[in-house]
Design a protein around this ligand. Structure first.
Ligand code: FAD
Length: 593
């Protein structure tokens, strides 16, 4: 079984030293109750829960998988008990709205607990996570009655939520969904259609499951402007929330997948199921985006959780495994070979993973700070800036972080040689589980398209410019000791500025340039953002002493010399032009058949 020790020291460093969270919390009315000691206690409890309860059922859950029998899905052994413990521990309500029984904790803190959950059991974590997303959508768009009915039951863990968008013919392009919602006389709707790939579409963890379903009313406009969102419970319930007969919504089958096998991915059949509109008719995508934006940062954390566990295990293995002699001189003469940690190439793989993990965690907290500002601040200008920054960075937090995380998992697996490929050490499960984060919640290609198309080109850089200015101002104030980091950061910003300007000019002549350049641009942008995170970390570390802190500039130097150079290559690739892609005829690809 893989080991896992929650990186609490790193988490505290980022929260307290880099972002000085307590100052931020005290500056807002709704978070002024929170202090570092309380936050620390929460992190420590989650560190124990994830390690002691979730990690032990991660491997068995993968082997057993979720199963369906007579229209009911069952989770693997131990999941039900773990979920009960999770709910009783109050974890379901951590970020919830206090008006409905939630604890009102900020994202900067809850994201750390999500990372630990994902690090120890990605399949398990998806069940509560989808429910958290449903809470946000209902809280933002539901009526007072809907909020009062569903939020307390989600927060207590009695009921769970799902998000039902995808159909067999409609994944990325939700404008062409076919699920119908026909009004009934009593104000409800009859929902009919098939949804596929629905995470937690059915399971045995809760008394009821509440599906948030995208569907079209009879006279809805074509495309995405005609999508509405409906609440469709698995079991009907009365006004007191007593569960009754089964609704016409249930799983037809579950998918057999590459990874996250204990997470039930269901084909859901809606056959005149009773549903209720949530939010205005035809505005369902707005509500769904509330849910999806939250999920997108969480998917970044899924990647980070996977790569943190992968790194920890690879580091332990590299210290232990004896193969060959270190080229710079024997390190363990009493043994028949030296630990593989002494081979520079093994260190390269480990530090690739480690540098991603530290930068990704810092970046996720940076994005979470803007999410919290948007939610809790009373300063209108700060709220507007926070919304813009979240819009700009959410696709990066999902797309770039999960691309980098899979690379980190694979590098860590490679450290094990053949032992990483066999099941025994758990590395192959980490690679299989983490892979999905690049695909769902909008593929990473679509995240990149969102970044370049909607968040940069469409508004002429209105969201981007303040971000780059902030980075330049920060770099300008950096200490002389960190000149290497400052120079690298300013160079990265200048490359992104040039690339963006050139790209905007290319797009004027050929709209395909957005789609053709976006993934490479997102990677260049992500690397610049990681450089900014390292700059913040080395500045914060400089104020402290001890081995933990003195390692920070060393890791930053590794990043600058061995990862950041890719930024310029990615920038050049982003500007390579769409022609090399579009000049190939369709027949060229058909020749493969
Ligand atoms: C395990 C799992 C769990 C899931 N959970 C849920 C869930 O809970 N709820 C839910 O509703 N869905 C869920 N999904 C569905 C998931 O969100 C979709 O699979 C994903 O959004 C992609 O849709 P698709 O599979 O239809 O691929 P397609 O949309 O067919 O895309 C195929 C390829 O084409 C690319 N592409 C498509 N359009 C464009 C474009 N305009 N420009 C450039 N490239 C493009 C894509 O990036 C992709 O590489 C889940 C999927 C899986 C596998």
């Amino acid at each position: 079984m893989p080991i896992y020790n929650a990186p609490l020291e790193d988490m505290r460093f980022i929260l307290n030293d880099v972002f000085k969270v307590e100052d931020f919390w005290k500056s807002t009315e709704d978070l002024s109750f929170l202090d570092i000691a309380t936050a620390d206690a929460i992190l420590e409890e989650m560190a124990k829960f994830s390690k002691n309860v979730l990690l032990p059922i991660n491997r068995s859950g993968d082997e057993e998988g979720a199963r369906i029998e007579d229209g009911q899905v069952y989770t693997p052994k131990g999941f039900k008990e773990a979920f009960k413990q999770y709910a009783e521990g109050g974890w379901m309500s951590l970020a919830g709205d206090p008006e409905y029984g939630g604890q009102g904790m900020p994202k900067m803190l809850t994201m750390m607990s999500e990372e630990m959950l994902m690090a120890t059991n990605q399949s398990f974590t998806l069940y509560p996570n989808l429910t958290n997303g449903a809470c946000l959508a209902i809280n933002a768009y539901g009526s007072d009655e809907q909020k009062a009915m569903y939020l307390p039951r989600f927060y207590s863990g009695e009921w769970a939520g799902t998000m039902c968008l995808t159909e067999p013919h409609a994944g990325t392009d939700l404008g062409i969904i076919r699920t119908k919602a026909v009004p009934n006389d009593d104000g409800s709707y009859a929902i009919s259609g098939t949804k596929i790939f629905i995470t937690g579409g059915d399971h045995d963890l809760t008394d009821n499951i509440v599906h948030l379903v995208l569907a079209k009313t009879p006279d809805a406009p074509a495309g995405t402007r005609g999508i509405s969102m409906f609440i469709v419970p698995k079991f009907m319930h009365d006004d007191e929330g007593n569960v009754g007969e089964r609704n016409g919504a249930g799983p037809g089958s579950i998918e057999h997948k590459m990874g996250i096998k204990a997470s039930a991915t269901c084909v859901m059949n809606f056959d005149n199921a009773k549903g209720w509109l949530i939010g205005p008719e035809n505005k369902g995508l707005n509500a769904m985006f509330v849910m999806m934006n939250y999920e997108r940062l969480t998917m970044g954390l899924q990647g980070l959780g996977g790569s943190e566990t992968a790194y920890q295990n690879a580091a332990a293995y590299a210290l232990d495994r004896l193969q060959g002699r270190a080229s710079s001189g024997v390190t363990s003469p009493e043994k028949e070979a030296d630990p593989i940690l002494h081979h520079p190439d093994v260190r390269r793989m480990l530090l690739n993973a480690k540098s991603h993990n530290e930068a990704a965690r810092c970046f996720a907290v940076y994005v979470a700070k803007f999410l919290d500002t948007a939610k809790f601040s009373s300063d209108e200008a700060a709220v507007k800036e926070a919304h813009d920054r979240v819009a700009l960075l959410t696709p990066v937090a999902k797309g770039f972080l999960t691309d980098m995380a899979l690379d980190a998992c694979i590098d860590s697996q490679q450290v094990f040689g053949g032992h990483g490929y066999v099941r025994e050490w758990g590395m192959e499960q980490l690679v299989r589980d983490t892979r999905i984060a690049q695909i769902y919640e909008g593929t990473n290609g679509i995240q990149a398209l969102d970044l370049v198309g909607r968040k940069i080109v469409k508004n002429g850089g209105a969201f981007l410019t303040p971000y780059l200015e902030e980075i330049k101002t920060f770099a300008g104030g950096m200490s002389a000791e960190n000149a290497f980091m400052k120079d690298a950061l300013l160079d990265a910003v200048s490359t992104i500025e040039d690339t963006t300007n050139q790209l905007m000019a290319l797009v004027k002549d050929n709209i395909d340039e957005i789609n053709a350049s976006c993934v490479d641009y997102m990677h260049a942008f992500g690397l610049m953002s990681y450089a900014y995170m390292f700059a913040m970390m080395v500045e914060a570390a400089q104020e402290q002493s001890g081995d933990f802190y003195s390692a920070k500039p060393k890791l930053a130097e590794f990043f600058v010399k061995r990862r950041l150079p890719e930024l310029k290559a990615r920038a050049a690739m982003a500007l390579a032009g769409a022609d090399t892609l579009m000049d190939m005829s369709d027949e060229y690809f058909a020749q493969a058949l």
